[in-house]
Design a protein. Structure first.
Lengths: 107, 336
């Protein structure tokens, strides 16, 4: 999540450097509810001992309004495709989501 | 021989190449790093720019550079002098020299900066130029250059300026860039690597194989020390290397490529079977690629997901994430 967040920061920089109007906060869909809550809630959590740079980084990005952290529907978790083998039905769904198409005859 | 994107002959080339591998660090060369465009930047630029895209070819990019170091080389075959032990001193940079790409980029950068271009802070191979009437972006990947902008007058002016410094062919619409085939219509863009996939299938010797529906066997965990060692090390590495290149337009195979590339060091038969399976998946969808619709918004949306301790060898987690710019997928990554 933190790695994705740093890419967002970089891309936002790139896009705004190209002088396009600054964009609204980018929603970062993660599916780990507790991670999201730790990031959103700045209160010290007694049981989260191993909080590292990653967490603070996300927390800062969140408070600066660079990202928002909605919780997505599991079926819509597109990033799934990048961490496990796809089954036969999933590729079709994901392909249409990822805008991944076979060359259309019209173009 | 230089081939066009459809495989037909473009033109013949002959080149004198220096033996860069005989050069010694600190003596014949110092710095060799030269930046190239990140693929994410290429995709972002293509997704943002709803304008005509052009490409410029520089003929013999490395040749007109002046060398800083003093380098001697043996006479090329076909050239004779009276004394048998004579060598020639290089005045200009040659293909094969370690510093050639750096010298080229440096010169190109300086030329652009004198034309009052600005170099991007986020990707040093992206240059842009803005006036009150419009803007022009220029993306450099060694000697392949993408040019786009909403001010045609400015583009023509820039073309003349570049012509005065470099030897280059005329501007043409972007169709083939680094093996990417770019199809555009009404500013909708479609990127794929059809020719590259065909070549890969041929290389793997799977021309007549049947296609499969999935990039990878489901529910199979690949371990690093399972099965017998593969004798064809070179072929495995070559195929996986080509597959990594292919992920530029194929996010669907990125996880499978991630898995098979873990075993580059010591591939085994099981891993090679996974590569063959992946290539058979490509047979079924050789023209698949990324689609960038026009009038896309500029909001970034991202998704990330983690597989808790998913790697059976190291017990590390695998993270996958992807970022959309509007509807266009511009960035994705699978990482252990």
């Amino acid at each position: 999540m933190s790695a994705a967040c740093s890419e967002i920061v970089w891309l936002r920089g790139l896009i705004s450097e190209l002088r396009f109007p600054p964009t609204a906060p980018a929603p970062l869909h993660g599916d780990n509810t507790s991670a999201i809550q730790i990031a959103v809630n700045p209160i010290y959590h007694e049981r989260t001992k191993h909080i590292e740079v990653d967490c603070h980084y996300i927390r800062e990005a969140f408070t600066r309004g660079v990202i928002t952290l909605p919780h997505p529907n599991i079926d819509l978790q597109i990033a799934d495709a990048f961490r496990k083998a796809l089954t036969r039905q999933r590729p079709k769904f994901l392909s249409s989501k990822l805008m991944l198409l076979d060359l259309p005859a019209s173009i | 021989m230089k081939l066009k994107s459809d495989g037909s002959l473009d033109r013949y080339k002959a080149r004198l190449v220096a033996l860069g591998n005989k050069q010694e660090y600190g003596f014949d060369y110092e710095e060799t790093f030269a930046p190239v465009a990140k693929m994410t930047t290429v995709r972002t630029t293509l997704a943002i720019a709803a304008w005509p895209l052009y490409q410029i070819d520089v003929t013999n990019a490395f040749l007109p550079e002046d060398l800083k170091e003093e380098i001697y080389m043996k006479l090329p075959p076909g050239m004779y002098t009276t004394a048998s032990d004579e060598v020639c001193k290089l005045k200009r940079s040659l293909y094969g020299l370690k510093q050639a790409p750096r010298a080229w980029f440096e010169k190109f950068r300086n030329t652009l900066l004198t034309f009052s271009f600005t170099q991007s802070q986020y990707d040093s191979s992206l240059f842009f130029y803005k006036t009150t009437t419009g803007m022009v972006f220029l993306l450099v990947y060694v000697d392949d250059i993408i040019l786009t902008g909403n001010d045609i007058g400015l583009i023509t002016k820039l073309q003349h300026m570049l012509h005065s410094t470099f030897q280059m062919k005329d501007l043409r619409h972007l169709t083939y860039f680094l093996g990417l085939e770019v199809h555009s219509r009404d500013h909708d863009l479609f990127l794929n690597q059809h020719k590259y996939i065909q070549d890969l299938i041929k290389l793997a010797g799977l021309k007549d194989a049947t296609a499969v529906d999935t990039p990878m066997e489901v529910n199979v965990k690949y371990r690093k020390d399972e099965g017998k060692l593969l004798p064809e090390l070179f072929l495995y590495r070559q195929l996986v290397g080509s597959l990594i290149c292919l992920t530029i337009t194929r996010p669907d195979i990125s996880y499978a490529v991630h898995i098979v590339s873990k075993f580059m060091q010591a591939p085994r038969h099981l891993h090679f079977a996974a590569v063959r399976h992946l290539i058979r998946y490509l047979i079924g969808s050789p023209t698949r690629g990324l689609f960038f619709p026009k009038h896309s918004t500029l909001t970034l949306t991202s998704y990330s997901d983690v597989d808790w301790a998913g790697c059976p060898d190291t017990r590390k987690s695998i993270t996958g994430w992807c970022i959309f710019l509007g509807d266009a997928l511009i960035y994705w990554k699978c990482k252990k």
